[in-house]
Write a protein of this length. Structure first.
Length: 384
């Protein structure tokens, strides 16, 4: 019966296709009528597909800072390795056999690895950590999976988004700010060291290299700090843009609710059917009741008392209005006593569910009622 209800409701109110499968990344939310905030399911699905909030500026700034810091810390080691490489090749330049260059190739790779691997390793770990800090651990191949629906986008709206959208304006502003910050830092640092720079012709070559390298390191380090601060604003913008892209139309929201919460009509029909089944099962227990307490017109509560298996009288059926009338009819047909007691009937209806024993505060009045019923029946039975 329940399956028939589901089938009939689906046939009459067939759900539209799942709109979440349509790629809307080329379009603005407002242009598509997507004005509702994304649901938790939509956010979780986007994360599973690799669409997460991430600022490339944060990763770049962190890599720049850690990379320049690693070069500064390893400067002595790198310089010594570089000088050793020059010495090796200059010393052996006249004796190298070009017909058997296996040793030369081995030496080149050896020096290359010694010079680059420390910095590359540090930068790789930094890039990995910067993404973990923003996204957390996430593995998915969805972003690199071929998708034919993205091959031919709507170029008009694509160029509108790429050139005239808030994202394009922010990226342009961000580029100008980065160039301006680096230029200002370079000018300020060069001006501070300008007297020393003007005297480079009078100092030893080593001191000149030391001055220029320290100046360059300082400019890069300060620029990295400022870019890291700028990346915070970029992350906030990317977070807002991410939620804008995931916004849903009202129709999408309705479809998602129907998909994961159930069609309201189907749920209503199922609840109605369940009530009918529960009412039918409840009414079947009325003939076994010992007494029915009535309001008399609004409520009817059927109680059963078996002192061998029950701690107190138990409500086996209850109802209001039409169901109450049905309970009284069944009770009369099966010669179950019907007792009118308005306060008791209302209290039992409001406080006791079907299958529960009555609270202790009703023991005295129920004992009186049951004693009267047993007396009329001529049955000697221990009451509560």
């Amino acid at each position: 019966m329940v399956s028939d209800i589901l089938f009939d409701t689906y046939r009459i109110h067939r759900l539209p296709p799942d709109l979440s499968s349509v790629h809307l990344q080329w379009f603005a939310a407002e242009d598509e009528g997507r004005t509702e905030e994304p649901t938790e399911h939509k956010l979780r699905k986007a994360r599973e597909e690799g669409r997460v909030v991430k600022s490339s500026e944060f990763s770049s700034a962190l890599i720049l800072l850690v990379g320049i810091g690693a070069i500064a810390l390893l400067a002595t080691y790198l310089l010594e390795t570089f000088l050793a490489m020059l010495k090796y090749f200059l010393t052996n330049s006249a004796s190298i056999d070009i017909t058997n260059n296996g040793i030369t190739v081995q030496a080149v790779f050896s020096f290359f690895i010694r010079l680059t691997m420390p910095i590359v390793g540090v930068v790789f770990i930094t890039a990995l950590m910067s993404n973990l800090l923003q996204v957390g651990f996430l593995f998915t191949v969805k972003p690199i999976t071929p998708d034919l629906t993205r091959i031919i986008p709507k170029f008009g709206k694509f160029f509108k988004r790429a050139m005239f959208s808030a994202e394009a304006g922010f990226n342009l502003f961000k580029s100008f700010v980065k160039v301006g910050l680096v230029a200002v830092l370079a000018v300020l640092n060069i001006q501070a060291e300008l007297p020393k720079i003007m005297n480079l012709l009078k100092v030893h070559f080593y001191h000149g290299v030391e001055l220029i390298s320290s100046l360059a390191f300082r400019i890069i380090f300060e620029a990295g700090i400022l870019l890291l601060m700028l990346s915070v604003l970029d992350y906030m913008f990317q977070r807002r843009l991410h939620r804008q892209r995931l916004k849903m139309s009202r129709q999408e929201l309705k479809e998602e609710r129907r998909m994961y919460e159930g069609d309201p009509l189907v749920k209503s029909r199922l609840r109605e059917r369940m009530r009918e089944i529960m009412t039918r099962n409840m009414l079947q227990a009325v003939p076994k009741a010992d007494v029915v307490i009535t309001n008399p017109t609004h409520f009817a509560i059927a109680l059963e008392w078996d002192r061998l298996i029950m701690a107190a009288p138990t409500v086996v059926a209850k109802g209001a209005d039409m169901i109450a009338h049905k309970i009284k009819e069944i009770a009369q047909d099966n010669e179950v006593p019907v007792v009118e007691n308005k306060p008791l009937a209302q209290a039992l209806y409001n406080e006791v569910e079907v299958g529960e024993i009555i609270p202790e505060k009703f023991y005295e009045v129920m004992a009186t009622i049951l004693a009267e019923i047993y007396k009329l029946k001529g049955v000697t039975e221990e009451v509560i």
